[in-house]
Ligand binder design. Structure first.
Ligand SMILES: Cc1cc2nc3c(=O)[nH]c(=O)nc-3n(C[C@H](O)[C@H](O)[C@H](O)COP(=O)(O)OP(=O)(O)OC[C@H]3O[C@@H](n4cnc5c(N)ncnc54)[C@H](O)[C@@H]3O)c2cc1C
Length: 380
């Protein structure tokens, strides 16, 4: 018992030390994670590595109860993504699931449930791509809820949800419809991925195969008060939207930094011809440093609710995705045939960067929102 308490205290002290958290993540990223990156790319779900990352404090850093260090969470995600983009994505999914739990204010979700999640002892992701697009007016909401005694019943399917399997969970959102089929509001709830919830195998993706991604099907699934995160959910989403998007920047910057690493790796042998290429590593590093500093500044105030701030976040996230596409392509050009091997990091990073560009909010979605918000700002 005393040992357990001492361990708990040591963990807590280490968690408060940003350098210790990042050192822990770097040790994992440069060791077991780098070694497993190809296997993860081909389908291994790195759950043990996620547990190890949880023990460093990296998966709880952004939570208010651990000091609300969004910048540290992004830096940790960057370190992991530098070695493996899939793991960076899993960290993001896990982090935002932690946000749903913490901001729910629901005692059934904020106590031991959140503690275990933040420590990486239990795992869960987010099924909010469709609702985010639905709230932005891009597509209709796919899960439909009906009010019943003590809660709601939910029916519908979502094509792709990552970081889930039986025994795990995800944050999900459903539109509540009245008897006439009119949408009255939305609810956000934690969904346990156990029967009767149906998990459907997805087709093979070109990347992110280790992300444990499934389709979800619900039929009259009961959602009780104990799992409700927000009812109604719109204001809740508005509050966490910026940090939801900003945290994703860690995936993008990690892929960029990994791509720059790959360019330097071949500089001694191929620099004499590579100098004729555009987007040399020192140029990309300059752009990366500027973007990184901008992201860290934004991470100081993740709950700034202003429109200008949100536009800045959307723009930084779009810049990150675009830079990841350019840097990963350039790394392949720098490495040549060795970068084209199926086991090489540059070709894997191209597919990881493409994912960052299409995962919600995709580049097109980001530009759509920036245009919409900017138009709203113009004087009549
Ligand atoms: C590997 C992977 C992991 C993902 N993980 C998550 C996750 O954890 N949580 C989450 O909420 N979302 C997840 N998504 C969904 C992702 O965030 C995007 O919503 C998705 O890629 C669609 O993006 P889009 O906005 O560009 O839609 P578009 O490509 O423009 O498509 C429009 C609509 O059609 C649907 N659609 C298009 N093609 C197909 C198809 N072949 N089968 C079924 N539906 C289709 C899309 O879902 C979308 O709703 C994942 C997607 C992938 C590929």
């Amino acid at each position: 018992m005393q040992n357990a308490m001492a361990l708990e205290q040591r963990l807590e002290t280490a968690w408060n030390d940003d350098t210790a958290v990042l050192d822990g993540v770097k040790t994992i990223a440069d060791g077991p994670l780098r070694a497993a990156a190809t296997r993860i790319d081909r389908g291994d779900y790195p759950i043990e590595i996620m547990g190890a990352l949880g023990r460093t404090g990296a998966l709880g850093a952004h939570l208010d109860r651990h000091g609300g260090r969004a910048g540290l969470a992004i830096a940790a995600m960057q370190e992991a993504s530098r070695a493996c983009g899939t793991t960076g994505f899993l960290m993001w999914a896990h982090d935002v699931c932690g946000l749903y739990l913490e901001h729910s204010g629901n005692p059934a979700l904020t106590g031991a449930v959140l503690d275990r999640h933040a420590r990486g002892e239990t795992f869960g992701g987010t099924a909010l791509s469709n609702p985010m697009k639905s709230l932005a007016g891009i597509e209709p909401i796919l899960l439909r809820a009906t009010k019943v005694r003590g809660g709601y019943t939910v029916t519908g399917s979502l094509p792709w949800v990552s970081h889930i399997r039986q025994g795990q969970y995800c944050g999900a959102m459903a539109g509540v419809f009245d008897g006439d089929g009119n949408l009255s509001h939305e609810i956000l709830f934690m969904l346990r991925c156990d029967p009767p919830v149906e998990l459907k195998q997805c087709p093979t993706f070109s990347g992110m195969e280790g992300s444990s991604t499934f389709g979800i099907r619900l039929k009259d699934y009961f959602v009780g008060e104990d799992v409700l995160v927000a009812d109604p959910a719109r204001q809740f989403i508005a509050r966490i939207k910026a940090i939801f998007i900003l945290l994703q920047c860690g995936m993008a910057t990690g892929i960029v930094q990994g791509s720059i690493d790959s360019m330097w790796e071949v500089e001694a042998t191929l620099g004499h011809v590579n100098r004729f290429l555009d987007e040399r590593p020192d140029e990309l590093q300059g752009e990366f440093d500027e973007l990184g500093a901008r992201i860290m500044k934004l991470a100081e105030t993740p709950y700034d609710g202003s429109r200008d701030y949100l536009i800045d976040v959307l723009d930084a996230r779009a810049h990150g995705a675009e830079l990841a596409l350019r840097a990963s392509q350039s790394a392949l050009l720098h490495q040549g045939a060795r970068g084209y091997l199926m086991s090489s990091a540059p070709q894997r990073r191209i597919r990881e960067a493409q994912f960052v560009a299409i995962v919600t909010p995709a580049i097109k979605h980001l530009r759509y929102e920036i245009a919409r918000l900017s138009k709203e700002e113009q004087p009549q």
